[in-house]
Design a binder for this molecule. Sequence first.
Ligand code: HEM
Length: 322
Amino acid sequence: MASPSSFSKAILSLACVVLLIGGASAQLSIYYYAETCPDLFETVKPIVQEAIAQEARMGASLLRLFFHDCFVNGCDGSNLLDDTSTFIGEKNAAPNQNSLRGFDVVDKIKSAVEEACPGIVSCADLLGIIARDAVEILGGPGWDVKLGRRDARTASQAAANNSIPPPTNNLDALTSSFQNHGLSQKDLVALYGAHTIGQARCTNFRARIYNESNIDSSFAQTMKSNCPSVSGVGDNNLDGLDFQSDTTFDNTYYVNLMRNRGLLHSDQQLFNGGSTDSLIRTYAQSQETFFNDFVASMINMGDIQPLTGSNGEIRKNCRRIN
Ligand code: HEM
């Protein structure tokens, strides 16, 4: 049996491990800027609102920016950095190139926030606030965003290529990708509900609508009319990820999956006779349950490896390291 002193040493090391794992995210707080930038939320939201009023899809694009940030070495604003002659960032990584959008809106928000409270609010935190506002404006739930992340002074194109799951993934690969980021299969299913808004390019769903059998035939037919079978033709033609309502944040994405109307191969993997089918049924039946779980999972995703304390910096311009 362990002696009392080795027992307390074991408890102490366990506490250290817990602190190390949870430490950085434990420093995040919903009140982080309450004193230093009290008008932060009132500064951000109208600009998100205006961008969505101009183009409803922009809400989806802004939400996706947060996901593509958090999955690549943590939520640290790394995907906002521009490439330069001496710096290769993440914007031209395969999942991002010709696909990620909304950078101008982030610039506009950052400028307004810098005017209100210069040098205080990180770009990484802005992405979290913007994602929340976009979801809420399009009819989804609201939540308190944990804040206090700092901005990366690096970026990694290789990590962006490796860490963001491609739409060709099967359920097992999607599940392990989320596990690698400390997220559960439930987080995967709940966060995937983000595909209730926004659009995808033909190049990302061509193989599914022409070759797969777990697809509703009339849905496939409709999608084919805008996505020619020949690779290279119409690659950038767009269709809604939730073909019924791609500018409303609701639970119809899950209803579509139950009818084999998922647009991406990876979407339909969530309802394909596997372990996630029952959760899809739950979310398709109860928008409230989906909203509650989506919020919890967005908070979990926002906790991935934040830079805190003296790590990183508060960028002046989200596109450049200071
Ligand atoms: C789980 C694995 C995921 C895969 C494989 C995946 C894949 C994709 C793909 C291929 C597109 C279309 C891109 C294009 O054609 O240019 C897309 C769009 C989108 N994704 Fe995901 N995604 C995943 C998870 C997520 C998560 C977790 C979120 C947010 C929480 C998200 C939010 C979005 C949004 C909002 C769009 C539409 C963007 C727009 O219209 O600009 N996705 N996703």
